[in-house]
Write a protein that binds this ligand. Structure first.
Ligand SMILES: Cc1ncc(COP(=O)(O)O)c(C=O)c1O
Length: 234
């Protein structure tokens, strides 16, 4: 397709957009009586139509059953994660038993770092992309401190080349090679929230493993937006 910067081109492609029908399923903030154009790359998207009713249904069940809502609610709270596992597994290309829905992202990242960031000897550095989501970076720093390390010594924020905004895969791979035995963990946002760059997850993971490091990805902006293939299959 050859891109043309004009209204006719935009209207034709809006018309052909396979996602078009989904637009009406979101609430748009209003500006001077019209739907706002909503291009924010931050995490909170538009409110889906039906959210209010869904929340009120849970409140009604809470009112009606109290703690028994865990079992008697229309969507029992006790086992809600089981109902969400298959759809979530589909979104990230994993098996049913490889996913669980729980907590908030940063809580989960902290839990994962406890298990997977185990600095030992020379191997203590964490490599992440330029401008990671701030709370991710704070987690890395907290975990460095938890191990008695100075974040300035162990956090490595990968910078793009002069005059470029995104990172080249070849540069990421050579940075992993360069850090080699000093590298404990590579942790990137699969899609960076700021630039929208979708990283080559497979190559980065393989190279991290080759040098003996762990690899992890924050899927906040990838899950549900882009094809993911996180199946381990064990
Ligand atoms: C890439 C990324 N990481 C982490 C977070 C933090 O998520 P939470 O507020 O669920 O901890 C967000 C969203 O706010 C995000 O977009």
């Amino acid at each position: 397709m050859k891109y043309e910067n004009n209204l006719d081109f935009a209207l034709v492609h809006d018309e052909r957009d396979v996602m078009r029908a989904y637009r009406s399923q979101y609430q748009f903030p209003q500006h001077e009586g019209r739907n706002m154009l909503y291009f924010t790359g931050n995490s909170l998207g538009l409110q889906p139509v039906g959210v209010r009713e869904a929340l009120m249904r849970e409140c009604d069940d809470w009112e009606k059953y109290g703690v028994e809502g865990h079992f008697l609610a229309q969507h029992p709270w006790y086992s809600y994660h089981e109902d969400l596992s298959q759809p979530s597994a589909d979104l990230v290309g994993a098996l049913l038993q490889e996913v669980v829905i729980m907590n908030q992202l940063t809580v989960n990242l902290n839990l994962l770092l406890i298990s997977f960031y185990q600095p030992q000897g020379k191997r203590r550095k964490i490599l992440f992309e330029t401008k990671p989501f701030p709370s991710d970076q704070y987690s890395f720093a907290s975990h460095a401190k938890l191990h008695g390390l100075n974040p300035d010594d162990v956090l490595v924020e990968m910078q793009p080349r002069e005059g470029e905004l995104t990172l080249r895969t070849e540069d990421i791979l050579s940075k992993i090679d360069e850090l080699g035995e000093e590298l404990a963990l590579v942790c990137f946002g699969a899609v960076n929230y700021f630039t929208g760059q979708f990283f080559d997850i497979k190559s980065i993971t393989e190279r991290a493993h080759e040098v003996g490091a762990m690899a992890g990805f924050d899927l906040a902006h990838a899950a549900g937006n882009l094809p993911c293939d996180f199946m381990i299959g064990v």
